[in-house]
Design a protein around this ligand. Sequence first.
Ligand SMILES: [Zn+2]
Length: 261
Amino acid sequence: MQSSGKASRPPAAAQTALEAAVPPPAAPISEAAEIEELAHPTRSELAEEAVQPQLLPQLYVQAGHLMVPAPLRGSREVLVHQNTMADDEGLSRIRNDAELNHLRGLRLLVDFPVSESLHLNPALPANRRCARPWTVRFAADIAHAFYARFGEPLQVNSAARTVAYQRRLQRSNGNAAAVEGEAASPHLTGQAIDFGKRGMSEAELAWMRAMLLPLMSSGKIDVEEEFQQACFHISVYRSYLPPARKRGVARAEVAQLHRAE
Ligand SMILES: [Zn+2]
């Protein structure tokens, strides 16, 4: 996931001097641009990441048979953890379309980059084709790797939701998560996405689980496979972003939140 630019960096002392010479980043436009850039990896970043072996999971074959990891089943504990993480990261629950559009305007929610590898559910309304920048970045990364392996896109079936929408969902679907409390739907924060898994082959399911497990173990995401809606529900955390850039984004978001008040 890391860029391989480390070797070309100047030594620590030189870097400090260099940093001192650089004026403090303050313009809101450039902060927003940085968030945008993080959410939408460049072609060269994707190419760099695609050749890094740690990104690509091994599929285990024994006596000619593919070993498919067990489904990453959800639990109340995993759901509560997603809400705890959202609280720790200072994410609000999006109440209505006005708030959703406000966050999009501030680029605290950014739109998914649609491509040959990343598709969106055609039924998704235009203003809900967005998520937190780190979630969008994760979606673009994994879809790119999936496409490189299987030649098929991943589809985002659901992403950011409002409390108003979730209430409607509850009326039509008895399994829909709550709108508040420790077990509220993580979609209300903009951190969660659902990738459809209908029609995925055993090899594709195995690859997805092998890809997601280590990210879950390292605390960068939480996954709950759903069977009625047939999707991978995934909450992505800020720590997913490349470490060198995280500080800038945190600063930008705090600054923007203050301006938004
Ligand atoms: Zn979901």
